[in-house]
Ligand binder design. Structure first.
Ligand SMILES: [Zn+2]
Length: 179
């Protein structure tokens, strides 16, 4: 129990730290600061502790395998604008709207950080694009925004994070894809 608590807590802090560094590069430090704060709410925190295994996968995945759904995830996606699921509304005129720039940048920083934390030393700059391409049909995301993410992750695969995750570059790609 204590091992799980420490393991989960340090994983969340590690993830938040990498997201913060990436968000600073992207010019959205405040988003980096408040990223995933709801993980410290009881609903999310204790499920994370209970399903902490080895830090290589999200505890939410293990909870879903047990119950078919995860209360922590339902809580999380309803409160965090960097998750495209937050914006999905089948009854809205546009069920998959255009998500504002700063949250889309946070989404990308989140994915890169998750990959880095879960993969550790095995992480490569091509990894995130491979993961994205393998799961692209599962993402509830407007096609224009999918193109934006694909373009950014392709740049990461080719040129690395430092050259890609900059405010100017992200802004240029976003504007180009959503018009
Ligand atoms: Zn999140």
């Amino acid at each position: 129990m204590l091992k799980n608590l420490c393991g989960h807590f340090s994983n969340v802090i590690h993830h938040k730290w990498i997201v913060f560094l990436l968000c600073c590069k992207a010019g959205i430090p405040f988003r980096g600061l408040v990223h995933d704060l709801s993980k410290f709410s009881p609903t999310e925190f204790w499920q994370g502790v209970k399903y902490y295994k080895d830090g290589k996968r999200s505890p939410i995945q293990y909870a879903k395998e047990d119950y078919g759904y995860s209360k922590a995830w339902l809580h999380h996606k309803g409160r965090n604008k960097h998750h495209p699921e937050y914006w999905y509304d089948p009854n809205a005129p546009e069920s998959l709207p255009i998500i504002p720039f700063k949250y889309m940048c946070e989404t990308i920083c989140d994915q890169l950080a998750a990959g880095k934390v879960y993969k550790g030393k095995a992480w490569t700059k091509e990894y995130q694009l491979q993961y994205w391409n393998a799961h692209i049909n599962k993402f509830l995301l407007n096609d224009k925004l999918k193109n934006f993410v694909t373009e950014v992750l392709t740049m990461v695969a080719e040129n690395g994070i430092d050259k890609t995750i900059t405010k100017n570059n992200l802004r240029k790609c976003y504007d180009k894809n959503i018009r």
